[in-house]
Design a protein around this ligand. Sequence first.
Ligand SMILES: [Mn+2]
Length: 468
Amino acid sequence: MTLDLFLDNIKKAASDFNNIDKKEHIRVISNYDSDGLTSAALLTKALKNQDRIFSIRIIKQLTNKILKEISLEQYNIFIFADLGSSSVDFFNENMKDKKIFILDHHQIKSSSLKNGFFINPLLFDIDGSKEISAAGVSYLFTKSLDSKNEENAHIAIIGAIGDSQENKGFIGVNNLILEDAKKYNLEVRNGLRLFGAYSRPIHKVLQFSTDPYIPGITGDEQAVISFLEEIGINFYSNGKYKKLHELTEIEFQKLTSALLMKLSNHENQEDIFGPVYLLKTESDDSLTKDLKEFSTLLNCAGRLNKPSIGIGLCLNDKYSKEKAQELIIEYRKEITNGLEWFYNNRNKENIIEHENFILINAQGFIRDSLIGTLTSMISRSGIFNEGLILISMAYNLDGNIKISTRISSYNINNINVKEILESILNGINAEIGGHNEAAGAIISQADEDIFIKKVKEYFTKNIIENMR
Ligand SMILES: [Mn+2]
């Protein structure tokens, strides 16, 4: 029922959009993460198909400064993807004469957009943190514009994975989109859910596995090599390191049972097996074969400030694919350095580990655009109890602090970290965004100490039970 109403709403918006004069320039504003870039790519494909004139701007966050800039632009038609839900009042007041399409899944402040279409699953009681992402909304919108766009469904799946909506499968609307994708280029296999399992050599896959975190293996190249030798896996032959799919059946079984042993104390031991999402048209060693890797690649592009490469990858652009390898090298370097910094600083002055929360103050040691990703990686590493709240901070170049909040492992208690962040920031000048599972904010560096003090106060006052 609610789904029908949601789809109706999308259809209405799409048919209105289809009536817009082809002379109108369409301005697309989207987010720099995987979900935002896939949304932008889906829109790009659809708008190109319609021979429309359009331009895209990718931003980190819809700040007041950027809103003001946008409101002064001369365009008449705007599409906001993966953002905009908390700016409806601004649009109503300052962009009255524009037509606005919001394709989003973030939390809503006010629901009535006067001058356009506000498409958000939350308006229809559909869980925007688990059942559909902005890429999913953008996909459904473009599919309503023209059913031909159904062939792009896999791009929406990449966005949903990027927003952590995949948990050994999908639920809700995402599942419908997955079924569409399977009709075309997507293949779902049951396999080893280790990052880079197709594109990277085995020893690297194990060394860099943070989801799950493999005790005595993750992060330690020498330990990985001894482990593989011990269990009798020949991971190097003919001058080349082998990849997982190059192992014999017997070697593969040896590896998986040895990994299960290593993870025997791990609650989610079986998590290393499950659905793997692969593009049929990509070769086994392609960086865009496995959608989980594809999604990470898009995050790299965004976070290293190269969003056009990310969008290009979704459009299967040759130049972008050539650049992908460089991106990943640069990104890995930064991530490895960031994780190293984290492990070296645990329980020192910059990292507080409390029974209800973890506070990581990375200051200038980690890039602000990477702090959210690193916090997500740490939250999924299995080193903290399930349901614990992680709060990270990193300086940006404007004299501000980027704050990221995540929940350790899966959100079993249905905690809303955005609400928690809002209460902590009460009284501090901040711009807050996000949803139940992942939220962020920007505050001034001048408020660093007061913020840390308020985090501690919040968690001493509010025992986890009260947040359930
Ligand atoms: Mn999103």
